[in-house]
Design a protein around this ligand. Structure first.
Ligand code: 1CP
Length: 398
């Protein structure tokens, strides 16, 4: 079902010039003042029929464990590949509200999922900052421009993110209507650190050579970039909530490549700022932070203000729960099945999923947990194996 027809061709951000205008350093109070959400339109969204996932995050009793899959809309689904080829390329798909809505809903036609996630990408933000995102066939994402020094950081434009990424907000509102209340809708952003890795490297990376060189040679330059990005991420997430997102996730996909001290300084600190900024505006909207490779630092992460923390597969969920349930306000957990388990037989997927759930619930608390993979589903997975995982979660009796 489609509610918004787009007639306007959104212009390409990468033709935009760098300006020398300095973005302001906003305080949390300034974010509260400047956000448009006080005037957010009344969307008249349909009532939510499945609030299992929201209840689990609030530590309320649930009938069964809620579940979703990171990257649940994507290349492992033949119907996704078909819609993407109709759109022409990935970015056009993200910018086409009807098609972005269609691919967000596709996994719901196959699986009994407990939430939807906006179909978009974390890299639309650096694109809106004028770096010129493009994808080459068979290759990962790339940027036409990179940010390698103080001059580059200072030259980043001071954009109104809600306007620049208007197509994202239109997709959020359209998807929320089209879902018709069958599940809550996640908005998302990359973390400041993870976005910075793509902006400094000019694309994906294995060694993170340029950003780590900047970190150790010119830490002030990196801090300036991260502070700007954290402000952008706050505005972006608040705008998605204004548009209809019912909860948000910060993907800190590359936080785990940092050393302990650097994680605290260059990732955790900015995650904390982002959570605080969103919460200042929307205290009741759940915020989830997923740091891939961040399990080692869980006892620090529980202090970042998030309602739920995502974990990859390297950590025992029984151990993680002990840490996450310790604070006065316990933190919910999400994760963490190895995505490669989905290459196993359905029987073994079932077995591994139940082993994970036994770990989670071994300490007695029967809520405060959302099942997921420990990272995104891979493109070679058979959709029936994804279904086996989801059904195994729901079949597990609490
Ligand atoms: O070829 C294609 O069709 C494009 C593949 C693809 C897809 C399906 C990309 C390019 N992005 C997406 C969608 C996407 N990306 C979603 C959709 C919602 C969902 O169903 O989950 C989300 C939430 C993302 C977020 C994203 N993009 C992250 C964070 C999550 C993670 O996996 O760690 C990251 C790091 C990206 C960057 C990105 N975009 C696309 C690719 C191939 C990559 C990874 C590049 C790299 O390895 O560095």
């Amino acid at each position: 079902m489609v509610f918004i027809k787009l007639t306007k061709q959104f212009y390409q951000n990468f033709t935009k010039n760098f300006t020398t205008k300095q973005p302001p350093h906003k305080t949390i109070q300034e974010h509260m003042m400047s956000s448009s959400s006080h005037n957010s339109p009344s969307h008249n969204f349909p009532p939510l029929k499945n609030d299992r996932l929201l209840k689990a995050i609030r530590f309320e009793k649930v009938d069964t464990t809620p579940v979703w899959i990171m990257r649940q809309a994507g290349r492992y689904l033949p119907e996704y590949k078909q819609t993407r080829s109709q759109a022409g390329d990935f970015l056009s798909l993200c910018k086409d509200v009807d098609k972005a809505t269609e691919v967000t809903l596709q996994p719901f036609r196959r699986f009994d999922l407990d939430c939807a996630i906006l179909f978009s990408d974390i890299l639309t933000v650096p694109d809106a900052l004028g770096l010129g995102l493009y994808f080459e066939a068979g290759d990962g994402p790339k940027f036409k421009k990179t940010v390698r020094n103080l001059t580059d950081v200072e030259a980043l434009p001071n954009v109104n993110i809600a306007t620049e990424l208007d197509y994202v907000m239109k997709a959020v509102t359209n998807i929320r209507h089209a879902l018709n209340g069958i599940a809550p809708l996640f908005g998302f952003s990359g973390s400041a650190w993870t976005l910075a890795t793509y902006m400094v490297e000019g694309g994906g990376s294995k060694e993170f050579r340029h950003i780590k060189a900047m970190m150790y040679r010119e830490p002030e330059t990196l801090h300036l970039l991260l502070d700007k990005l954290a402000n952008v991420v706050i505005d972006y997430l608040v705008a998605q909530i204004d548009a209809g997102a019912q909860l948000v996730q910060v993907f800190d996909s590359w936080g785990g490549v940092l050393a302990y001290r650097e994680f605290m300084t260059f990732s955790h600190q900015y995650n904390q700022k982002v959570v605080q900024g969103v919460k200042a505006k929307y205290p009741d909207i759940p915020v989830v932070v997923f740091t891939k490779g961040g399990g080692l630092w869980l006892s620090t992460q529980v202090q970042n203000g998030a309602d739920m923390l995502g974990l990859d597969w390297t950590m025992s969920l029984a151990d993680a729960r002990k840490i996450a349930l310790a604070p006065t306000k316990p933190i919910a957990l999400q994760g963490n099945l190895d995505p490669a388990v989905l290459y196993a037989s359905c029987e073994n997927i079932y077995k591994h999923t139940h082993l994970m759930l036994n770990d989670v619930y071994s300490i007695g608390q029967k809520t405060g947990y959302v099942a997921n993979l420990g990272h995104g589903i891979q493109q070679w997975v058979d959709p029936d194996c994804a279904k086996a995982f989801i059904d195994a979660v729901h079949d597990f009796s609490l």
